[in-house]
Design a protein around this ligand. Sequence first.
Ligand code: SF4
Length: 413
Amino acid sequence: MNKPTTFADVVCCGCSCLCDDLQVVVDANRVTQLTPVCPHASSYFAVTGAAADCRIDGKEVSLEQGISAAGKMLDAAKAPLLLGLGEMTIDGQRAALDWADRLGAYVDAGNPAEPDPSGVVLQSTGMITATLGEIRDRADVILFWNADPQTTQPRYMERFALDAAGRFIGGSRTAMAIDEAATATSARAELFCESPVSANLEFAHALLALARGKTIDRERLAAFPQIEQIHAQLAAANYAAIICGPKFYGGADGAAILETLADYVRELNRANRAIISLLKSGPNWIGAAESIAWRTGYPSPVRFAADGPAFDPTGFRAAKLLARGEVDTIVRFDGDWLKATPPEMLAALEKLPTISFGWSDFDVPAKVAFRVAKPGVECGGSMHRMDDVPLPLTPVLSTKRKTTEAIIRQLIG
Ligand code: SF4
């Protein structure tokens, strides 16, 4: 009888923290123990379902038949769209972009459930940011703005924030929170400001005005006394970290909000150190944005064309293309993002002929559906943590399933 195998320092792809300190015990090709405990990690390392490697219209077929059918669908496509790149490895993303280039396809590398203008803002105005390790070691004042890592990234606090020991922090940290309602994270804050997401732009402008010593109409913002307190704490910090969740930058004016906050943080840096850190949800959306920028020079979304890639920050977004009926075939890389995708977008996706690649059972229908090896569980590769740090994945379970990259390479020929 085989003995259980223990893998050390395994990277977890259960969320964007990509914790790289897991100990995983495997017995009879099943994960039987995970430490430290994290509910999201337990669910990520559970490989569920026994779906066939490939199905056409729900019926099991050979991989070769699936590859041939997918090739024919794309030969007939005039405007394919690739989306969902953020839960695959960097190698898979590179293969997908090679494929998109050959197809002349649209690629939206952002999370459809979380519009993210940060790629555009980083290229247009820039943003002062930091690694999670630096936040852990130096941030003595932390503002969580529409961010609830206590719920969404269960080990964030113990690894990088309020419950982590900071190498260069003498006393305790000060936590503040701004959100539209109380959260598990705001419950830990010394100062909580309840404010609707729609007020974020005005809030950020008020902070910027305070930092620049401008006169402000105090009557315009009900939360002004709290804004003043928040600014006072951030300005007095040795090292202030502003952690923003997807709701913060995901609205229609997300780019303007992020740019205003970036300006504010530049002002704070005249006297002390301050940074912005974006709390993405899935494991490799930052890698997807980077893969597309390495390949095209543009942030997502792009369209590959014979005379080179084109970029349109709003017009090429998957939601916009689908609403306008401008795509005729979908290549979908499935993952947890599908659970949070707005229903109207899912409905639009389901109407189009689709080729899907996924590592769980086929929840959302597809004409041709490939079941692939699960990154960080059944196959290796690398992903980029939310702060751009690349981390190598360990395959802890053996499988005969192919990786997304391998199937794409076979399709490209
Ligand atoms: S916090 Fe996220 S990356 Fe870390 S162990 Fe939990 S699910 Fe995995």
